[in-house]
Design a protein around this ligand. Structure first.
Ligand code: NAD
Length: 499
């Protein structure tokens, strides 16, 4: 199958020299100072990105610090709101090339990228466009006589943002839009595997009116540019999304440097719990999407599918059939439902977990063969359904971050709750039932930052998102999302006695 032609905007990003966006200007780098960016569908290099250094991060922090004290701090809240709204509109206007670039760079199938990721990114900017004018402190009645107490809400300052490769643009928007609403300035480091859409976005932000230095983009690897951000004394907060292992390093780095504020959105091993009174035809379709969507490379992937014993065999069989019906293909083809994984390491890792499931005594009920028509150098892997899994197996405890569903039987509501809560992670959970009282009981008792009932992965800019336990610290989206980029200052004023 021939690949669709690339949009000129996409071509120009791919062909651009490796570069960093600092102080509102592009700074080019040589090939020695850069990294290849690979196309996961072919394994070929399709662009070069700059390998940002400690000095580059330092220059970006200087630019962000100057911008914090400059024109940006004097802009009225409604002017900040207008910039955010315009950014949302520009993303919508550029939706087609942005979707193509994102799919090409990450391996995501084009259709959900165009219909989900890109409009979702624009929505986040539009949601936060309404926030700058709503940020408000409070006045307080004080016990101390003749004094007035009030609070000021002020931007946290310069924020370092480190994002992963699974939803490059969307995860960037979840941080960037509320931080702009709060009046912060920032240094953004996208994942070294998927940096291209962030570079495209930098131009859109400039066009929307974001002043120079407010948003700086430093591409590069985690152990260099990422660590330089975490340890920089001029950064006031790090907002990080990625693995739990790196999350720990971020926490340590913040403690060892200037004790900067941190927010961590980390991994998950979310239970998606199907009771025997659920609407099964809908449940199976959404549960399947909950683990195989984005090839399972989703922090909220419903990777532990807990199914009540009486319907276990039927659900396992239906999930297997559904998984095998999914069309594996090149990320740019409209027919593709499952694209390649993001890189070769990730494919080997995920495939290793499928082998491990068999060694642990579970049953793989899905075919593992890859269509010979697909590029042998692409990072393809068929979705796998693991039946007869138990919650103590490594495949049920460790985050696989790939299209691998562990289906675990349970007997009762108490049993479902015990198995569901028996995990180090606690990011999201799904509950499928037609019993309203049970839905409420489960939502209250399940240990997770997000619970979906009779739906899954329904994120919305208005609803806070984040994990508990080893799934993270802090919340993004919703009013909590903007709060995370504000400090509260208490001001107490002695008013004095009446004359
Ligand atoms: P990762 O932790 O390997 O990398 C994430 C980012 O951190 C990248 O930009 C990387 O360059 C950078 N990084 C790596 N080492 C670093 C270091 N020592 N110091 C500073 N930065 C460093 O994660 P990934 O493989 O890109 O993404 C997958 C992980 O992200 C999964 O665990 C997934 O669950 C998690 N994730 C969580 C959420 C959430 O909201 N909870 C959302 C998406 C992804």
């Amino acid at each position: 199958m021939t690949r669709p032609e690339l949009f000129p905007e996409v071509r120009s990003v791919l062909d651009a020299p490796p570069r960093l966006f600092i102080g509102g200007r592009w700074h080019e780098r040589t090939e020695e100072q850069s990294l290849p960016s690979l196309d996961p569908a072919t394994g070929l290099t399709h662009a070069w990105i700059a390998r940002g250094t400690v000095e580059d991060v330092d220059a970006a922090v200087q630019a962000a610090s100057q911008a914090l004290a400059g024109e940006w701090s004097r802009l009225s809240p409604d002017a900040r709101g207008e910039i955010l709204w315009r950014t949302g509109d520009l993303i919508t206007q550029h939706a087609e090339p942005l979707a193509q670039l994102e799919a090409l760079d990450s391996g995501k199938p084009i259709v959900p990228t165009r219909d989900g990721d890109i409009p979702g990114t624009a929505e986040v900017f539009r949601y936060y466009a309404g926030w700058p004018t709503k940020i408000a402190g409070a006045t307080r009645e004080l016990t101390i006589a003749h004094t007035l107490g009030m609070t000021l809400r002020q931007p946290v300052g310069v924020v370092g943002m480190i994002v992963p490769w699974n939803f490059p643009l969307l995860m960037t928007a979840w941080k960037l839009a509320p931080a702009l609403a709060a009046g912060c300035t920032m240094v953004l480091k996208p994942s070294e595997f998927t940096s291209l859409s962030a570079l495209y976005l930098a131009d859109l932000l400039r066009e929307a009116g974001v002043p120079n230095g407010v948003v700086n983009v430093v591409t590069g690897v985690g152990s260099e540019a990422g660590e330089a951000i975490v340890r920089h004394p001029g950064i006031d907060k790090v907002a990080f999304t990625g693995s739990t292992a790196v999350g720990r390093a971020v926490m340590r780095g913040a403690a060892d440097s200037n004790l900067k504020n941190i927010a961590l959105e980390l991994g998950g091993k979310s239970p998606n719990i199907v009771f025997d009174d659920a609407d099964l035809s809908r449940a199976i379709e959404v549960v399947s999407r909950g683990i195989f969507g984005n090839m399972g490379q989703n922090c909220t992937a419903g990777s532990r599918i807990l199914v009540q014993r009486g319907i276990y065999a039927e659900v396992v069989e239906a999930l297997g059939r559904h998984a095998e019906s999914l069309v594996l293909g090149d990320s740019l083809q409209e027919s593709t439902q499952i694209g390649p994984l993001v890189n070769v390491t990730q494919r080997a890792r995920v495939s290793g977990y499928v082998d491990l499931a068999e060694q642990e005594g579970a049953r793989i009920i899905t075919d593992r063969s890859i269509d010979p028509g697909l590029s042998p150098d692409g990072y393809y892997l068929r979705p796998a359904v693991i039946a007869d899994a138990s919650n103590s197996m490594r495949v049920a405890r460790e985050e696989i971050f790939g299209p691998v569903a562990c289906v675990i039987p349970f007997e009762s509501e108490a049993d479902a709750l015990e198995i569901g809560n028996d995990a180090d992670y606690a990011l999201a959970a799904g509950v499928w039932t037609s019993d309203l009282s049970r839905a409420h009981r489960m939502a209250a008792r399940i240990r997770a930052g997000v619970v979906w009932v009779n739906t899954y992965n329904s994120t919305d800019p208005a609803m806070p998102f984040g994990g508990v336990g080893q799934s993270g610290v802090g919340r993004e989206l919703g009013p909590e999302g903007v709060d995370a980029f504000l400090e509260t200052k208490s001001v107490v004023i002695r008013v004095g006695d009446a004359e």
